[in-house]
Design a protein around this ligand. Structure first.
Ligand code: NAD
Ligand code: UDP
Length: 312
């Protein structure tokens, strides 16, 4: 198949492109390189089945493909808050453009949605049936509401135009190829620990997240794309192991052997207090899918990546 991956030069996108090529597909990777990096896909450029297009998904795109994975969007709070108007445009106009393309091509389209649609959740763990608790006017809203509106568009194109959609709510995912400057907690703590600088814990570190290793997510995305047409999702994909940021910091210090000190910084506005996916639906519908990489194992692999990256 010919498969389009938007945001394909990003952290998750590059792993997905690699996996799809390994399965024998042709991959068109679209990216505007806002947070993506050519280094993430340099090893794929020589493959004749891989094509790279520098393009912004807020603008219409004319290509011929069989399937679309729509991942284009900055995902780290630091980056999505840098130009919040562009973040909303990327989610909303990007969704409209990819859905329009899917409609013309009669192609299946998968949306990389997010656990952020649940906001500062009042139900724990979060099932897909929970409608969320999102501030519509805060600093995180460009991302949260942009992704919520994209979900709305996906379901309206599905109901109104018959587009085959797949909506995946991704929970915090980490792994090799996160940018050194990504700003999300796993890469921040690892980079700070390896450099011997202060490890910045926001708030008192009691807030929790559930961290998924990137390989488990890529497997879930592929399996979701292959489900029968009537299964649209939304489906949570994440690892239900839940950790506080203090636990994460201490684990990173132990695994890196770093002497870095923990320093406490103010908790960002609207930072969700706790998050854990209910993955019963994914387990039931995604043909045996299960998160396989425990946090410590994933951290060891990610630390090895950053060690190498920082020394080169
Ligand atoms: P990332 O920032 O590494 O990747 C995003 C990619 O999209 C980058 O390559 C960037 O250059 C590209 N991009 C941004 N705006 C674009 C535009 N207007 N046109 C074309 N390309 C554009 O982040 P990631 O973690 O790989 O996230 C990928 C997707 O998964 C995002 O949609 C994100 O919202 C979603 N997601 C990620 C996580 C996570 O924990 N990693 C969690 C939930 C959802
Ligand atoms: N965080 C932290 N130190 C950092 C970066 C983030 O303590 O250097 C915290 C942040 O406040 C949040 C959690 O880690 O509670 C996860 O943040 P991230 O930006 O990775 O993802 P999100 O908040 O979008 O889940």
């Amino acid at each position: 198949m010919q498969i389009l991956v938007t945001g394909g030069a990003g952290f998750i996108g590059s792993h997905l492109c690699e996996r799809l090529l390994a399965e024998g597909h042709d991959v068109v990777c679209v990216d505007n390189f806002f947070t993506g990096d050519k280094e993430n896909i340099r090893h794929l450029l020589a493959n004749p089945r891989f094509e790279l297009l520098r393009h912004d998904v807020t603008l219409p795109l004319f290509v011929e493909v069989d399937q679309i994975y729509n991942l284009a969007c900055p995902a780290s709070p630091v980056h999505y808050q840098f130009d919040p108007v562009q973040t909303t445009k990327t989610s909303v106009h990007g969704a409209i453009n990819m859905l329009g393309l899917a409609k013309r091509l009669k192609a299946r389209v998968l949306q990389a949605s997010t656990s952020e649609v649940y906001g500062d959740a009042q139900i724990h763990p979060q099932p897909e049936s929970y409608w969320g608790n999102v501030n519509p006017i805060g600093p995180r809203s460009c991302y949260d509401e942009g992704k919520r509106c994209a979900e709305t568009l996906f379901f309206d194109y599905h109901r109104q135009c018959g587009v085959e959609i797949k909506v995946v709510r991704i929970f915090n995912t980490y792994g090799p190829r996160m940018s050194v400057n990504d700003g999300r907690v796993v890469s921040n703590f690892i980079v700070q620990a390896l450099r011997g600088g202060d490890v910045t814990v926001f708030g008192d570190g009691s807030q929790s997240r559930s961290f998924q290793y990137v390989d488990d997510l890529v497997e879930g995305l592929r399996l979701m794309m292959a489900t029968p047409a009537e299964f649209t999702g939304p489906v949570n994909i994440g690892n239900p192991g839940e950790f506080t940021m203090l636990e994460l910091a201490e684990t990173v210090l132990r695994l890196t052997g770093s002497k870095s000190k923990l320093v406490f910084r103010p908790l960002p506005e609207d930072d969700p207090k706790q998050r854990r996916p209910d993955i019963s639906l994914a387990r039931a519908r995604l043909g045996g899918w299960e998160p396989r990489v425990p946090l410590e194992e994933g951290l060891v692999r990610t630390i090895a990546y950053f060690r190498e990256k920082l020394s080169s």
